[in-house]
Design a protein around this ligand. Structure first.
Ligand SMILES: [Zn+2]
Length: 289
């Protein structure tokens, strides 16, 4: 076993170095191209895809005549109007009428439109009528050691490879390509999760400053709508329709407007943060050149 490991380590290192080189080349192209610089110098519009939860026969949570799908649509339309009035943003909606839409259809609409962020609007309910407050969910974190797992996987392949010597040496470049693709996908996924958590943070900060009722919290949950999408996405639960007072307030136009103002402020803060980050990255590149 010891002898085998001695042989295996340089091979793993070689593969690792090949990845590093390829990655450096690709990232170099990505960040140092004149096109990237020109685009980064002026903040781009942020395309927000607003997704009113449920719809049609899928009413979501309900209490008497109060339907989650209806309130979510009302708030989403108000928010879209607010976002549209600011030229720094572009806005789209997954639905503008009371119609049923599958979760994969929602994510497809957002991806086809090349939206930058996805904001799904929902309302909570609970059998405990004391439950109240605004919540933001974003995609679950990756396992912390995913990259370590990747290397372990390579090592494992080396070992199984040793048991089947017929594996041709020349298959290696294809494998490096595949793994590189996987690394880039992981980078992209990390970027998406970081941005989604940033957006969640900004929304909750904004809502906490406003007069929105109850406790406000950020949560991570494997909601399909925020899980299986290629852009940063968050899901907001505006409040509990099952809470006697909060449920009532959620129906009121003024309270819906208050929620919209706070959500919009959160989006503005998020945009300012990512624009600032982009400007700093640009400064760093300029000093490196
Ligand atoms: Zn819902």
């Amino acid at each position: 076993m010891t002898g085998h490991r001695k042989l295996a380590i340089p091979a793993v290192l070689q593969i690792f170095l090949a990845h590093v080189l390829l990655l450096a080349t690709l990232l170099g192209q990505l960040f140092f191209s004149p096109r990237a610089n020109a685009e980064a110098s002026a903040p781009q519009t942020l395309h927000v895809m607003i997704d009113p939860g449920h719809g049609g026969t899928d009413t979501g949570a309900s209490r008497g005549v109060i339907k989650e799908s209806e309130i979510a649509l009302k708030v989403a339309l108000k928010l879209a109007e607010e976002v549209r009035s600011d030229s720094r943003f572009k806005v789209s909606l997954t639905r503008t009428t009371d119609r049923k839409l599958s979760l994969p259809a929602r994510t497809k609409i957002a991806e086809d439109a090349k939206a930058d962020v996805f904001l799904s609007v929902h309302l909570n309910s609970s059998t405990d009528t004391r439950a109240r407050g605004f919540e933001v969910y974003f995609q679950n974190q990756l396992p912390a050691d995913e990259e370590a797992m990747f290397l372990v996987g390579r090592e494992h392949e080396e070992e199984t490879g040793a048991l089947s010597p017929e594996i041709p040496e020349k298959a290696e470049p294809i494998s490096v390509q595949t793994d590189l693709k996987r690394i880039l996908e992981d980078l992209h996924r990390n970027h998406r999760i970081i941005n989604a958590s940033e957006l969640a943070k900004r929304l909750i900060e904004s809502v906490s400053r406003g007069q929105v009722s109850g406790r406000h919290q950020i949560r991570q949950a494997p909601f399909q709508v925020v899980q299986n999408i290629a852009i940063p996405s968050v899901l907001v639960e505006l409040g509990f329709i099952t809470h006697p007072q909060e449920g009532q307030r959620l129906l009121e136009d003024d309270y819906q407007k208050l929620l919209v103002t706070n959500l919009f402020q959160g989006l503005v803060k998020y945009k300012e943060t990512i624009d600032k980050d982009a400007a700093e990255k640009l400064k760093l590149q300029a000093s490196a050149q």
